[in-house]
Design a protein around this ligand. Structure first.
Ligand SMILES: [Zn+2]
Length: 396
C-alpha cells in the first residue's frame, strides 16, 4: 500500500478561502502526490508544508482514494472466530478487558492511529477541497450535529427513555437510535415512544455477534433482512454495524435495503481494529448508499483509553469546532448503558455537549435524513459539472 506522508499546513495569510480551515492542521498525503507534484520541496525540516501556487490543480481522485484506504475492516476479528458469541463474556468484564487494552496502548498512538490520525483526521476532506477548488457542501451555514445512540441491550433502551431523550428534547434535538433486531426482546412500547417523540430508529446489525460482515453472501443477506419488522414499524432507513465492523461486501448489500449507512468512523483509533476510518467528516456516496461518517470519537473508545468525563467533553467540543471549520458534519455516538454514557458523570458530559451546541451559533442539531438529502442535492450532476479549479494558495 502506498506510503502516506504526514505534514502540517503552516499558518498562512492570503490563502484561497476554501483552504483556510486547514491552517495549523496535520494531514496525511499519498507519497505519489508528493512526488508527482514536487511537494517534497516545500516540506521543511520540521515537517511543515507550505502550499504554493505551483501545486495547484491536483487530480480529482486522491481524496476519494484516501477515504477508502482504511474504510473497511476486512479481516474477521478474534471474536468472530470463537465457537460461541463473544457476548457470552459478561459486559462488565468486556469493558474491563477493553480498558486494560486501552491503558496498555494509550501512549502508543502512532501505532494504532498512524492513519487515520487520532482523535480526528480530515486528510481526505483537505484533498477534496484542494482538488475541487471550492468548499464542501456543509461549509456554509451552521454545521449539522447528529446525535446517535447504539442500543446494544434492553438496559440501553430503558436508559435512553429514562434520561437521554429528555436531555435532547430540552435543547430541541432529536436523536437517531440504532437497535439490534435479533439479540434481546425488543420492548415495542418503549421503541414506539421513542419514535412517536420524533426520534429516529435505525438498525444495528443482526445479533451483535460481529459475524454478519464476514459471512458468505447468502447468509449475510438473510441476516440483513431479519430487521424487516423495524424497517416497517418505525420507517428505519439507516444502518450502523455492530462494533463498527464493516466490509465492502456488507456495504454493497446494505445499498439495496437502506438509504444510508453510518458505520465508518472518521478516525477509528484503536477500536475495533487499529488504523481504521475514512479521514473524512463529510457524507459521501459508497456504491449505491450514502455513508455518513461517525466523525466524533465515541464514548466507549474514550473511556477505554482512560479519558475522564471532563476530558471527553473538551475533546468533543474541540473536534466539533475543527469539523465545523472544515465544512463537515458532526456525528456523535453514545451508548446509553451505564458502563458507557448511562451514568451520572457521563450524562453530565453529554448534557454539557448538548448545551455547547445549543448555545453556539456555529452549529444546528440535525438528523441523518436531512443531511442525506442535502448531500444528495449537492452531488447532483449540475453541481458536479460546476466544480471550479481555482488555485489553492497557502503561503506564510
Ligand atoms: Zn453496538
Amino acid at each position: 500500500m502506498e506510503e502516506l506522508i504526514a505534514v502540517r499546513v503552516q499558518e498562512a495569510s492570503g490563502v484561497s478561502p476554501h483552504l483556510l480551515w486547514a491552517r495549523g492542521g496535520t494531514f496525511h498525503l499519498p507519497s505519489s502526490l508528493v512526488e508527482r507534484y514536487g511537494l517534497g520541496e516545500p516540506l521543511s525540516a520540521d515537517g511543515s508544508l507550505q502550499i504554493s501556487p505551483k501545486m495547484a490543480g491536483i487530480a480529482v481522485s486522491y481524496g476519494a482514494e484516501l477515504r477508502l484506504r482504511r474504510a473497511f475492516t476486512e479481516k474477521p476479528p478474534w471474536s468472530c472466530r470463537l465457537p460461541v458469541s463473544y457476548q457470552i463474556i459478561p459486559p462488565r468484564l468486556r469493558s474491563l478487558l477493553a480498558s486494560a487494552l486501552g491503558f496498555w496502548q494509550r501512549h502508543q498512538v502512532s501505532r494504532w492511529a498512524a492513519f487515520p490520525g487520532w482523535p480526528l483526521d480530515l486528510s481526505a476532506d483537505f484533498l477534496e477541497d484542494w482538488e475541487s477548488g471550492h468548499p464542501g457542501c456543509f461549509a456554509s451555514g451552521p454545521t449539522p450535529v447528529i446525535l446517535t445512540h447504539d442500543l446494544d441491550s434492553a438496559e440501553g433502551l430503558a436508559n435512553l427513555v429514562k434520561w437521554f431523550l429528555e436531555a435532547e428534547e430540552a435543547v430541541g434535538a432529536r436523536s437517531t437510535n440504532f437497535v439490534v433486531p435479533c439479540a434481546w426482546p425488543l420492548d415495542h412500547s418503549l421503541l414506539g415512544q421513542v419514535h412517536k417523540r420524533g426520534h429516529e430508529i435505525g438498525v444495528h446489525g443482526y445479533d451483535h455477534s460481529n459475524r454478519t460482515p464476514f459471512l458468505d453472501g447468502e447468509t449475510r443477506r438473510r441476516r440483513l433482512t431479519e430487521a424487516r419488522d423495524l424497517l416497517e414499524r418505525y420507517g428505519a432507513v439507516g444502518y450502523r454495524a455492530p462494533s463498527l465492523f464493516r466490509t465492502e461486501a456488507l456495504l454493497k448489500d446494505l445499498a439495496g435495503l437502506y438509504t444510508y449507512d453510518s458505520s465508518i468512523p472518521t478516525s477509528g483509533g484503536l477500536f475495533p481494529v487499529p488504523n481504521n476510518g475514512c479521514a473524512s467528516a463529510r457524507p459521501f456516496r459508497l456504491g449505491g448508499i450514502m455513508e455518513i461518517p461517525l466523525s466524533l470519537p465515541r464514548d466507549g473508545s474514550l473511556r477505554f483509553l482512560g479519558y475522564s468525563p471532563d476530558q471527553v467533553l473538551d475533546l468533543w467540543i474541540d473536534c466539533a469546532q475543527k469539523i465545523a471549520a472544515s465544512g463537515g458534519v458532526v456525528v456523535l455516538l453514545t451508548h446509553c448503558e451505564s458502563r458507557f454514557s448511562g451514568n451520572a458523570a457521563m450524562l453530565h458530559t453529554y448534557r454539557g455537549f448538548l448545551k455547547f451546541v445549543a448555545s453556539s451559533g456555529d452549529f444546528a442539531f440535525s438528523s441523518m435524513v436531512e443531511v442525506v438529502q442535502r448531500a444528495h442535492n449537492f452531488a447532483s450532476p449540475e453541481s458536479v459539472a460546476n466544480i471550479s479549479h481555482d488555485k489553492p494558495v497557502l503561503s506564510s
